[in-house]
Write a protein that binds this ligand. Structure first.
Ligand code: C5P
Length: 239
């Protein structure tokens, strides 16, 4: 779905992985209109950052609440309904069937999109075995992607390497949101499977999630603009 209608700038989601609301607000001010979409996860959210969802939404920005929810259905459904009222555009849940069904119910007909995290990218086959699973990463990712499509979630968080394969499973209706993006020449950090913005777009990503390559750049705004330019070039659209 979203590929064609999305402007390149609206496909970049900047992860506000910062320790305080003050640091986040300073970064948002520096980035200005170079960024239209932000992600708030555990680090900032649990440091008092959740009210920023409403503040950013009121300022015309989109917000991805990366809360990776997983609990009994009733709790997930009400949690997602609260996030829908907060003004967020995306929320994440872990891709367990009960959890995904509850999240879709909690989303209702609001504008919030529910994204499922299939298998955390820090897990390999041995980690899954240790956690009691009988399937390896690849088989479990495929199984959960198919379940996500059937249940009616709106998108998946996946690595760039998984994007093309998952597009084949879920079709065009689901958005593919890809973290682990590193512009050529930038530090990889703790990410193991990274891709350049252009390669991720070519692999079928609808949205790219980028944190450290922008947050730690000497000129964050220039770093964001460079990524948007790369998205534009890879997708054949003007910035
Ligand atoms: O700093 P960096 O660009 O690596 O940050 C990537 C962001 O995407 C972080 O907020 C991280 O939590 C998130 N993420 C990830 N891998 C996943 C899911 C989310 O790196 N599988």
């Amino acid at each position: 779905m979203p590929n064609a209608p999305l402007a390149p700038r609206d496909r970049l989601i900047v992860g506000l992985d910062l320790d305080s609301v003050e640091l986040a607000e300073a970064m948002i001010a520096r980035l200005g209109d170079s960024v239209s979409f932000y992600k708030i996860g555990y680090q900032l959210g649990f440091a008092g950052g959740l009210p920023l969802i409403r503040k950013l939404a009121d300022a015309g920005k989109k917000v991805f609440a990366d809360l990776k929810m997983h609990d009994i259905g009733n709790t997930v459904a009400h949690g997602v309904a609260s996030i829908a009222r907060s003004g967020a555009s995306f929320v994440t849940v872990h891709a367990y069937p009960q959890t995904m069904k509850a999240a879709v119910e909690g989303r209702g007909d609001s504008a919030l999109k529910v994204l499922a995290v299939t298998v955390l990218t820090s897990y390999d086959d041995a980690d899954l075995g240790e956690a009691g699973y009988g399937l390896g990463v690849s088989a479990l990712v495929e199984k959960r992607a198919a379940q996500a499509r059937t249940i009616g979630v709106d998108g998946l968080v996946c690595s760039g390497e998984e994007a093309a394969r998952l597009r084949g499973i879920v079709g065009d209706r689901l958005a593919l949101v890809v973290p682990g993006i590193r512009p050529a020449g930038s530090a990889v950090g703790d990410q193991k499977r990274v891709m350049t913005p252009a390669r991720a777009i070519a692999a079928g990503a609808d949205y790219l999630v980028v944190a450290r390559p922008i947050l730690t750049a000497s000129d964050p705004r220039a770093a964001a603009d460079a990524i948007v330019a790369e998205i534009a070039e890879a997708s054949g659209r003007a910035v």
